[in-house]
Ligand binder design. Structure first.
Ligand code: TXE
Length: 482
């Protein structure tokens, strides 16, 4: 098994220039199982130099050729799905079944989707009445940075690097230091897939060190970042005055809204999936469940009955549906949020603390019981701040007007999921919600062409489909008098 996570710079694997390492911890056991290169500005300099050298030739590649190398990398993911899923589960604590069914196939899809986009991307032309035509060129930016988080490691890493490469940029990509393994494994196939040296560089290490150096570097023209809102703010503060392009996908405090005419059983099971999938560590998780008052008690009891039966287990066991949270620090943050909820007067309906497994292998792991809390209104910290763990609240509402007020009563604006059979109400309600995305009678159904992102503290910009291709290119209008 691989243990040392190395950088990939200019077509070569190498440790950080400093020679320093970080511990790589397996969340399910709490044990150190490897080392991560602790990179800094020297490594960023080397990667930028390699990327700049590679850019003139790479930007001139035919889109079909860029597509071909991206498809070869996707093939490698496909051939190694089981191995990558195991690596992801070990590194992040997520169930291996989830990694094998969702994370890794989606990473492959991201490369295939944007490989095709390389060939299909187009730009506009505007004809004027006086015999003049404008056409818009879309030029790659040059060197760009892709910084991804730990909750969906390879899935979000590829979601950023794929459009950046497809549109002809050279990249510096940094996975989270908490879950770097699958990005490292992917980097082993970059060369053999046919990417020229320097086009695709992968750097490892801490956000405030190597991440900050990437954001600061004057040759880095754009930053695509997914992570916490406060990190997003720090990145903006550095990149804004340097006029870099920024795409920020940040946190959420999303509502699941259930009206009394909803399909009850599907709404219950999807509300549970939305709250607790990946141990609640998805920015789109529905952590505030709002239920119309006349079905509230029945809905709540049905949820409690199911959530209490959810079994936590070893992520490496294919039967496990709920694994460990990502780190000791994160486990402590989630537990402290549950204690804040108690202090605010919340009643814990199920869960409410750490989970101590009996299995010897995972005794030291970072586990939290799936927790459902009632009795807290929208002014409580618990309903305002992102917890990002297996913790949800449930609240009754009277009518559509009150529900809409509650949905919009946070500083975040990422997504919402609405459950009703009334077509008029569904569309009216969706239009009133101040989030970037709304699901009606479903959750986390993704079409990769659609705009993905949030409003307010949930971020700036949209990714997905041509949005990402536009982000990673600079438009240039050319006006021709015929
Ligand atoms: O993520 P960070 P953290 C939320 C969630 C979580 C909180 C904090 O609520 O509890 O954020 O998580 C890199 N310059 N989400 O602190 O720090 C870092 O190395 C450049 C929501 O673990 O945001 C990593 O690669 N880069 C979320 C990436 O940023 C920097 C997913 C994300 O780490 C940097 C994860 C800097 N100064 C957490 N500082 C979502 N939206 O899905 C850090 N990084």
């Amino acid at each position: 098994m691989e243990t040392d996570v190395l950088n990939f710079i200019g077509g070569e694997h190498r440790p950080a220039a400093s020679g320093e390492w970080l511990d790589n911890v397996e969340p399910a056991t709490g044990e150190i199982y490897g080392r991560i290169s602790r990179s800094g500005s020297e490594d960023v300099e080397a990667a930028v130099a390699a990327a700049r050298k590679a850019f003139p030739a790479w930007r001139a590649w035919e889109p079909a050729d860029r597509r071909a190398v991206m498809m070869r990398l996707a093939d490698k993911i496909h051939e190694n799905t089981a191995m990558l899923a195991e690596a992801e589960a070990r590194d992040s604590g997520k169930p291996v079944s989830l990694a094998a069914m969702v994370d890794i196939p989606r990473a492959e899809d991201n490369l295939r989707f944007y490989g095709s986009a390389a060939e299909q991307f187009s730009s506009e032309s505007h004809a004027m009445g006086n015999g003049t035509v404008n056409y818009t060129l879309r030029k790659p930016l040059g060197v760009v940075a892709c910084i991804s988080p730990w909750n969906l490691p390879l899935y979000l890493f590829t979601w950023k690097i794929a459009p950046a490469l497809a549109s002809g940029n050279c990249i510096l990509a940094k996975p989270s230091e908490v879950t770097p393994m699958t990005a490292y494994l992917l980097s082993k196939w970059i060369k053999e897939s046919g990417f020229p040296d320097g086009v695709f560089n992968v750097l490892h290490g801490l956000g405030p060190e190597v991440g900050q150096a990437m954001v600061e570097h004057h040759h880095v023209r754009a930053i695509s970042f997914t992570g916490g809102s406060s990190t997003g703010a720090a990145i903006s503060a550095t990149a804004g005055p340097k006029f870099k392009k920024l795409s920020l996908e940040l946190g959420g405090k999303n509502a699941t809204v259930v009206f009394d005419d909803a399909n009850f059983d599907t709404a219950v099971s999807t509300a549970i999936r939305a709250a607790y999938s990946n141990q609640g560590q998805i920015c789109l998780c529905g952590s505030r469940i709002l239920v119309q008052e006349n079905i509230y008690e029945r809905f709540r009891d049905a949820m409690v009955a199911k959530v209490s039966k959810m079994r936590i287990g070893d992520p490496m066991n294919p039967e496990t549906k709920m694994g460990a949270v990502v780190s000791r620090a994160h486990r402590d943050k989630v537990i402290s949020a549950i204690n804040i909820a108690r202090g605010e007067g919340g009643q814990i309906l199920c869960g409410g603390g750490r989970y101590q497994p009996a299995e010897p292998r995972i005794k030291g792991g970072f586990f939290v019981q799936p927790t459902l809390i009632e009795g807290l209104d929208h002014t409580c910290v618990t309903n305002r701040e992102e917890i990002f763990g297996p913790v949800a609240t449930i609240q009754p509402f009277k009518d559509e007007r009150e529900a809409l007020g509650l949905v919009n009563a946070t500083k975040y604006g990422l997504s919402a999921s609405v459950w009703t059979q009334d077509v008029q109400r569904a569309h009216r309600f969706a239009a009133g919600i101040d989030t970037g995305m709304v699901w009606i009678n479903c959750w986390l159904v993704r079409d990769l062409r659609t705009p993905f992102g949030g409003t307010r503290q949930s971020g700036v910009g949209r990714e997905g489909g041509y949005n990402s291709m536009r982000f990673f290119t600079e438009p240039q209008n050319v006006c021709v008098k015929i």
